[in-house]
Design a protein around this ligand. Structure first.
Ligand code: ZN
Ligand code: ZN
Length: 837
């Protein structure tokens, strides 16, 4: 065994770390090891084993977590490519690729030392130590910590994982006598701050120990079993008991935690003997949805068959091939994907289907089970860490060869990858907005290249980049030009809201035209959908006296009024404030609530059409996939007349029944300072229009706009993707934006305004003084959202026709930032940024 290994750790540093391999240990490349790192224990991925003696002292590997690689050679290569392309720390990339946090238990605790015992003794005699610079509060807090640690003779909050973990302080009997108390327990029991504890460690009164270790491989779940429902119960206790009774007297404790009751309620019931807790081996259930009849018959029409044949040919060639499947809304792309995946499964190979975040409803999951049985793994955002790890192992063991999931499913550890499909490839949820800032579509293409697999990007509104690549023959272009069963595309009528204002003398939310159409549909017992891409009740609160808006405390963003919750809420950081009766700036009572969000639109439609049954779909009414599903089911089963919502309603795959779609203010994005605004608006308008029409009835779209001459609005109204694409391409060319340039956004942020200014100034000076051939640098400028989540934000936009030159410049900039002691976490490099806000 080589003496040393290189380990990639999940820390914001662009490097790997060398550790010594103790005799008898056998780490593997691509497997995890537990190592000490700055007073902590961390798990990292071994990237190399070698015998080169490092010049500095090295620490020992604590333990080997995997005897076989969890990242095979190809996935390691893919990770390195991501780190390189997106300038992301390699350890953070590997952490993102491996959803196995549930298998690692963080255990950090404190013990009392002899000095600590002495200090406690002295404090008890004198009351306080004289001449101390500490405040009485700090002294009291320290005393509580010492007292708590001294009084603890048992370790009830530690479980079996502790026993197997080696102790750091073996051979130090004095500290071993005193039990270790977990940090969280100690802090909640004594109220001590982290700073107080650090100070006490420095004084050697207590020691901090990190005993983090791998979880026991045998996974189990805590089950609450109802023993008796007799006796007096309060409201919360009744909730738990009733839930259990309905569920057949047994439920995982985790499931009970979704009830809105305090955690102590369950413990009380356990103490009273009404409920028993049991450990049960985790028996993972893939989906709680009941199976239902197959919706997808593979009865494909001629264009679908021809598309499927191309996919099958590409798969059997066993070489890389990229395809763009451009099919209008309702052309049956999904059926083509599923048929192609089933034929991959039939020859015993593997396929991955990526879908946008909102795409994976329980109904979709049920369909997938119908088609693929137990061989499908479904990875969505609602999975717990444990469930995610379980799915990962099923895939790794080869039990699931079909994987369907959101963004990170692109890293699923399938063995023989034949086909990778990215559905709705233009969707911005494929871009991760935290480190590593990868784009799952582009990673999918790279993974397919490295695996000699076929990749299919599908959309009714492909991104400019993908369509451009197809036109340049980098991808084969497959077109599905017609809706299935020759259903016609809906007719789109534009209502100019400037004219509406002139003619009525009022700012209207629902135009007279749209109101008349809605009434007609309701009279004919037909269904209507209305899109307003802004949630809440009123987006702006303005003072008529001083003219100021009510803004978030943490962000330079107006707070939105949410009427039902009776709160002002920031949509960026979640900050909530009471609804003001007077202006917070000048005290004037003339505060006005302006504009309309989806909550107010729902109310307005209720009052305009009192007989109609109205429901709303947005992030305030949808907490999970089940809520989404329930509302859509209500629509499909005719229990609703009008559905109001944000862009969420444009994404529902299952909406087929409406004959009228009203678009109210979907074009506000056109006013934003973002070069993708037109593209996003076009996509949203096209997608929502695609929801209109039922059977042979074409459906109608009323598109209200203040930008009626804008090309994004016009081309969307005419279902003209090619027209939009060509026009937008001209603009991108003139402005040197993608796809003509590679683009990166460099954001400098700090909660201290001086730091943000100084750092961005330093980087600006460096950009000015060094030559960057072929790279345009714009900035520093205040970011469009200059303050966000307490951080002040300044940015640079870098553009270059050469990706290599762009990355060289970015790398040099990061090196300079390090030299200037600007913290790495405060300079965010976003390659191929999707948002420039
Ligand atoms: Zn005011
Ligand atoms: Zn905020």
């Amino acid at each position: 065994m080589p003496d040393f290994c290189e380990v990639a750790l999940p820390v914001p540093l662009d490097m790997v770390f060398t550790y010594r391999v103790p005799a008898g240990m056998t780490p593997v490349v691509g497997g995890r090891v537990l190592v000490p790192f700055r007073q902590q224990r961390m798990s990292g991925i071994v990237t190399e084993l070698h015998d080169r003696k490092p010049s500095v002292a090295t620490k020992n590997v604590i333990s080997v977590l995997d005897s076989a690689p969890v990242l095979d050679e190809r996935l390691l290569r893919l990770g390195r490519w991501i780190a390189d392309y997106y300038l992301a720390p390699i350890g953070e990339v590997f952490r993102t690729m491996l959803p196995l946090t549930a298998e690692f238990k963080r255990i950090v605790g404190y013990r009392l030392t002899d000095q600590g015992r002495m200090a406690l003794h002295l404090a008890g005699m004198s009351g306080s130590s004289a001449g101390s610079r500490r405040t009485p509060e700090e002294q009291a807090s320290e005393f509580r910590v010492l007292d708590y640690l001294a009084g603890r003779n048992e370790e009830p909050d530690f479980d079996s994982a502790m026993d197997s973990a080696p102790t750091l302080h073996e051979g130090s009997p004095s500290s071993a006598e005193s039990p270790l108390v977990r940090e969280a327990t100690l802090r909640s029991a004594t109220g001590a701050s982290r700073k107080i504890l650090e100070g006490m460690v420095r004084k050697k009164w207590i020691v901090r120990e990190d005993l983090s270790a791998a979880q026991d491989a045998k996974r189990s779940v805590k089950i609450a079993a109802l023993v008796s429902a007799e006796g007096k119960l309060n409201e919360n206790q009744r909730k738990i008991v009733d839930t259990l009774a309905v569920a057949g007297r047994r439920l995982p404790v985790e499931a009970l935690q979704t009830l809105d009751v305090p955690r102590t309620t369950l413990s009380t019931l356990v103490k009273r003997g009404l409920i028993e807790l049991e450990d049960e081996p985790a028996d993972f259930t893939v989906s709680r949805a009941k199976p239902r009849p197959i919706l997808f018959d593979f009865d494909l029409n001629a264009p679908q068959k021809s598309a499927l044949a191309k996919l099958r040919d590409a798969v059997s060639a066993r070489n890389f091939s990229g395809m763009l499947l451009h099919g209008v809304t309702g052309s049956g792309k999904t059926a083509v994907y599923l048929a192609a995946m089933r034929s991959v499964l039939e020859v015993g190979r593997c396929a991955i289907l990526l879908v946008p975040e909102i795409g994976l409803t329980p109904a979709v999951a049920a369909d997938l089970h119908q088609i693929f049985g137990d061989e499908v793994a479904i990875l969505h955002s609602a999975l717990s860490d444990r469930e995610r790890a379980e799915q990962w192992h099923r895939i790794k063991r080869g039990e699931a060869r079909i994987v369907v999931g959101t963004r990170s499913a692109v890293f699923a550890p399938v063995a023989d990858l034949a086909l990778l499909i990215v559905d709705e490839e233009h969707d911005s949820s494929y871009k991760q907005e935290e480190t590593p800032r990868y784009h799952a579509r582009d990673v999918a293409v790279m993974r397919a290249k490295m695996s000699n697999a076929a990749v299919v990007l599908g959309s009714a509104t492909p991104s400019l980049e993908s369509y451009f690549n197809a036109k340049k023959n980098k991808y084969a272009l497959i077109e599905l030009e017609d809706r299935v069963e020759q259903r016609p595309l809906p007719e789109v009528e534009i209502v100019d809201m400037r004219l509406e204002f002139q003619e009525t003398g009022h700012e209207q939310v629902i135009s007279r035209r749209l109101a008349a159409e809605i009434k007609e549909r309701l009279d004919g017992k037909e269904q209507v959908m209305v899109l307003l891409n802004r949630r809440g009740y009123s987006p702006v609160v303005l003072c008529r006296t001083c003219g100021k808006k009510l803004e978030c405390n943490n962000c330079a963003i107006a707070l939105t009024h949410h009427k039902r919750e009776h709160k002002m809420i920031c949509h960026y950081c979640g900050y909530a404030a009471p609804v003001p009766k007077a202006c917070v700036h000048c005290g004037s009572e003339y505060v006005y609530f302006l504009g309309t969000g989806s909550e107010k639109l729902e109310e307005l439609l209720h009052s305009m059409f009192p007989q109609a049954r109205v429901a709303r779909l947005d992030r305030d009414t949808v907490r999970g996939h089940e809520d989404f599903e329930r509302t859509l089911a209500g629509l499909n089963e005719g229990e609703l007349d009008i559905l109001v919502g944000t862009q969420m309603i444009a994404k529902g795959h299952d909406i087929h029944g409406v004959t009228l779609v009203g678009v109210v203010g979907a074009d506000t994005a056109l006013g934003l300072p973002d070069f993708r605004a037109a593209e996003r608006t076009f996509q949203l308008l096209t997608q929502v229009a695609g929801r209109a029409g039922r059977g042979q009835s074409p459906g109608k779209v009323i598109l209200q706009t203040y930008f009626q001459d804008h090309y994004a609005v016009q081309f969307a109204a005419h279902h003209d993707f090619i027209g939009f694409y060509e026009k937008e391409l001209q603009f991108r060319n003139w402005m040197h934006y993608p796809p003509y340039s590679a683009l990166a956004n460099v954001l400098v942020r700090s909660d201290n305004l001086d730091d943000a200014l100084t750092w961005s100034g330093k980087l600006g000076k460096w950009f000015d003084q060094t030559r960057h051939e072929g790279v345009r640098v714009l900035g520093p400028a205040a970011a469009p959202i200059v303050r966000l989540k307490r951080d002040y934000r300044y940015h640079f936009v870098l553009k270059s026709p050469s990706r290599e030159k762009l990355n060289t410049t970015l790398r040099a900039m990061l090196a300079h930032a390090t030299q200037q002691k600007i913290p790495r976490t405060q300079v965010i490099v976003d390659v191929d940024a999707v948002w420039l806000m």
